[in-house]
Design a protein around this ligand. Structure first.
Ligand SMILES: [Zn+2]
Length: 416
């Protein structure tokens, strides 16, 4: 079992944190506010916290993880279960129903739609069989309601719109099944839009993608622009009648990854009232320090499985296992919570406190040296206090901003 707080911030014993000035140019945090570590942990446990992106359904499917049991993340390929959510004060979470991408044909679309529905069945039955721990949540009020009832809220998102195919009716089907955001694409283009990791096909959204966003607005589903190309983000922000979210993305100014958001896109998302949820995936936070042997092994593996998103399911699984083994053999030095919170600082300085949240990507590859799984999430709150964020700021980051956007998406849908 790992320690909840492996790195005391100051000296030995309980530390006193004096917040004497606000680093963010906001008046709310200019008061002198002594906080002990136990004060901060108690505050973290008391507030409503939401993580907008974890890939736990994959761990249910491939490792058969029992969410009612505590797992050591170093022994199991698992970063989230209910005992560790309680330990880390994580109240609500969006489980991503992620789908790999195959052929963009009718048969490819039907096969992946079946797969997504099976993943939904598995997730739904898992949660419904553990009613003492959690419930499936479907609206912006459920997180608070379930928090008060002492249960975790499990929201559902669809990561990759590929299972929608080219049929708008599938959006309604997934909405009925509880999906409340759709990440428009993953690492390759689909029939909706261009991906940030693929070549230009539509120069943004396809005509079908435009219709998809209109339908999502009508139903009250959040449009998630993580993984999409810059042109797609700009067009989605312009077309959507409700604010958009980035369920798991960081700042491109701090880490130049195609998956991160430029200052101009962060500004336009915020200008329309949206929110960007900072991701804890190492490669989006700091550059991977070069390691010759590992880098050439990675290059060889990528060459061997070139165009993997278009391979068969069996090949994609073989690639996933080989990639995991390579990373086990050549682990990278993990960034820290401080490195991650640099991204929050940058975004807050750029667009203000109302447009930033947290979407970890745990169970999808995320890990920090001092926040390795959900049990260590309080370390983020400690770092935020250390940097001068107020309690009100931290509440916004942990859930207030996302719930404001979610409620606005619902309001736009109901105002048709
Ligand atoms: Zn992702």
């Amino acid at each position: 079992m790992i320690q909840l707080l492996p790195k005391p911030l100051t000296g030995s014993g309980p530390f006193i944190l004096l917040i004497t000035a606000c680093l963010m140019n906001c008046t709310s945090t200019k008061e002198l506010m002594p906080m002990t570590e136990s004060d901060i942990l108690a505050f973290h446990q008391q507030i409503l916290t939401i993580d907008t992106h974890v890939d736990t359904p994959l761990r249910l499917k491939y490792e058969g993880i029992d969410l009612s049991q505590h797992h050591d993340p170093h022994a199991y390929n698992s970063k989230l279960d209910f005992p560790r959510m309680a330990q880390g004060g994580l109240d609500a979470v969006f489980f991503a129903i992620w789908t790999p991408q195959g052929a963009r044909t009718d048969s490819g679309h039907s096969a992946i739609k079946r797969h997504a529905l099976e993943m939904l069945d598995l997730t739904e039955s898992t949660i419904n069989n553990l009613p003492q721990f959690a419930e499936i949540a479907t609206n912006s009020q459920d997180a608070s309601r379930l928090h008060e009832e002492g249960k975790h809220a499990i929201y559902l998102g669809l990561e990759n719109g590929y299972p929608i195919g080219t049929d708008l009716q599938n959006i309604d089907l997934f909405y009925k099944r509880g999906i409340r955001y759709i990440t428009l694409c993953h690492m390759t283009n689909n029939d909706i839009c261009d991906s940030s990791n693929d070549t230009t096909e539509y120069a943004g959204l396809s005509p079908f993608g435009v219709e998809l966003i209109k339908r999502m607005n009508q139903l009250g589903m959040m449009v998630d622009i993580s993984h999409t190309s810059e042109a797609t983000v700009a067009q989605a922000v312009a077309i959507s009648r409700a604010p958009v979210i980035a369920s798991h993305s960081c700042s491109k100014a701090l880490r130049d990854s195609p998956r991160n958001l430029s200052d101009s896109l962060l500004t336009s998302i915020a200008a329309k009232g949206g929110v960007v949820q900072m991701c804890l995936l190492s490669d989006y936070i700091t550059p991977d320090p070069p390691q010759d042997v590992r880098d050439s092994a990675r290059a060889a593996l990528k060459q061997k499985w070139k165009g993997i998103d278009r391979h068969t399911a069996a090949n994609r699984e073989a690639y996933r296992l080989e990639w995991s083994e390579l990373n086990r053999n050549y682990p990278r030095e993990l960034p820290s919570v401080s490195d991650a919170v640099d991204h929050i600082d940058h975004m807050v300085n750029l667009v203000g406190i109302d447009h930033v949240g947290i979407g970890t990507d745990f169970d999808g590859g995320a890990a920090l040296s001092d926040c390795y799984d959900v049990s260590e999430l309080p370390n983020i709150t400690i770092e935020l206090f250390k940097r001068g964020y107020s309690k009100s700021d931290i509440r916004k980051i942990w859930s207030g901003n996302l719930l404001r956007v979610f409620a606005e998406v619902e309001r736009v849908a109901s105002a048709q």
